[in-house]
Design a protein around this ligand. Structure first.
Ligand SMILES: [Zn+2]
Length: 451
């Protein structure tokens, strides 16, 4: 008799085969998805019954449709996980590996245990799901330039080819990455190209600049894909990176606390959630969804029947987002991200000014101070960083102040400052912004530039 753990990969493979085509259907996903998700909701709620936190909070099944059940369970915030992590863990699972959140500008990292079954499930499930999507064959050498502040701490992994974690917090890491990327591999029987290059936007941008500066050339097709995570990519930087690496840049929104991610889509300039995530945009204070087009807090419920440790979280991500109908081929729904709620400004009329669109509009401004990162590329220790900025609102709350620090001094050249302001407002015509010059020292304390 096989145990549940032994059956897990088989079960997840079967599930992927059955549901995959439905959930990845290019058309009509919007209508089909709730039906396709129903068995997953049922399984998720079933598994959550012996989790201490949920044992007394489960909605009465009654006549509720599965997705209505989800709308009745309380949302969970990062603070809840920090305080009561043990209560959210399933008592039935084993421990196999852990991942952790990087602490960004505030708070400490959250260490998250994962189950052994979970690792098996995930590997098998995605192998089956992804085999059904058209992809270039990957074999042989895969280079992964991994930002060491993200990702697995201890991994029960395994991949085709080799994986090189490269430390991109020191300058020598960029030389290593550039050398590996441009290496002429001649191992018989192996794919000579490189499978993927993964890293945060800043790391990829610095690497591209390093390769430019030192004359590294990538042959066409040498790199099959590049994946960026952790911060939004300004449009001009996206074009630059795709040109430099000669491949499409996949930009993913994801987090360690909950499995699943959303892929950036340049067709609709939004993010599409992975099929197994139930995503909602909730009011920032109450557990009720806001209408399409309105700003709220992105809340995700991963419906993985193989999630063994956190079996159920209706998780408030802390990120502001807007949901909109999209007419692109990847799905009928997409979200646009506005940035962390704690960095955004709320106006008196309830509207929000988020940091992502603002920071993206500032990125190309060469005459703004940026944080130093101690990695010198082209004699520049600020390469790849978003400029310092701070958002606040005026007393009446009808507009937001955007404070920036020009490199030529806060008040020394009003004509130069005015042309920067004009360009910023041009890129953000719909935001009630007043742009102000500030001395660097008023902006460079705290986490004001972080996204
Ligand atoms: Zn799209």
């Amino acid at each position: 008799m096989l145990s549940e753990a032994e059956l897990a990969p088989f079960a997840s493979g079967e599930l992927a085969k059955t549901l995959g085509p439905l959930l990845y259907a290019p058309n009509g996903v919007g209508e089909l998805r709730p039906h396709a998700l129903a068995p997953l909701v049922w399984a998720t709620l079933h598994h959550a019954q012996d989790v201490p936190y949920w044992s007394e909070r489960m909605p009465d099944e009654g006549d509720l449709a599965p997705l209505d059940w989800l709308a009745k369970i309380p949302s969970v915030r990062r603070d809840d996980l920090d305080r009561q992590r043990q209560d959210f863990l399933s008592p039935r699972s084993t421990f196999a590996f852990c991942s952790f959140t990087s602490s960004t500008s505030t708070g400490r990292s959250l260490l998250i245990e994962r189950g052994r079954e979970e690792a098996l499930y995930i590997r098998n499930f995605f192998a089956v799901m992804q085999a059904r999507r058209p992809q270039p064959a990957l074999k042989g050498l895969g280079l992964q330039a991994v930002n060491i502040n993200h990702g697995d701490l201890l991994s029960a992994g395994g991949s085709s080819g080799y994986s090189f974690p490269v430390n991109l917090y020191v300058a020598t890491g960029y030389a290593t990455a550039a050398n590996l990327l441009t290496q002429d591999f001649t191992w018989p029987g192996w794919e000579r190209r490189i499978g993927s290059l993964n890293g945060s936007f800043s790391c990829l941008y610095r690497l591209a600049r390093y390769m430019d500066h030192h004359g590294y050339e990538l042959e066409d097709g040498q790199l099959l894909s590049a994946v960026a995570f952790a911060s939004p990519i300004p449009p001009a930087a996206r074009d630059y990176l795709q040109g430099r690496f000669g491949t499409r840049l996949h930009d993913n929104y994801s987090m360690t606390e909950a499995f699943g991610s959303a892929a950036y889509c340049d067709e609709c300039d939004g993010y599409h959630m992975a099929p197994f995530i139930w995503d909602e945009v909730l009011d920032t204070d109450e557990d009720r969804p806001v209408a399409d087009g309105e700003v709220g807090e992105l809340t995700i419920t991963p419906l993985f029947p193989f999630a063994q440790r956190f079996v159920l979280l209706r998780y408030r991500t802390g990120d502001l987002a807007v949901r909109f109908k999209s007419i692109c081929k990847r799905g009928g729904q997409a979200i646009r991200l506005l940035g962390r709620k704690r960095n955004a400004v709320r106006l008196a009329d309830g509207g929000w000014v988020g940091s992502i669109p603002v920071a993206s509009a500032l990125f190309d401004e060469a005459e703004l101070h940026r944080p130093e990162n101690n990695i010198e590329i082209d004699g520049d220790r600020t390469c790849g960083e978003f400029p310092w900025m701070k958002l606040s609102s005026n007393e009446v709350g009808d507009k937001a102040y955007l404070d920036i620090a020009p490199t030529f001094g806060a008040n020394s050249d009003s004509a130069r400052m005015q042309s920067i302001v004009d360009r910023i407002l041009d890129r953000l015509p719909d935001l009630p912004l007043e742009v102000r010059a500030q001395p660097l020292e008023t902006l460079s304390t705290g986490g004001t530039w972080k996204l």
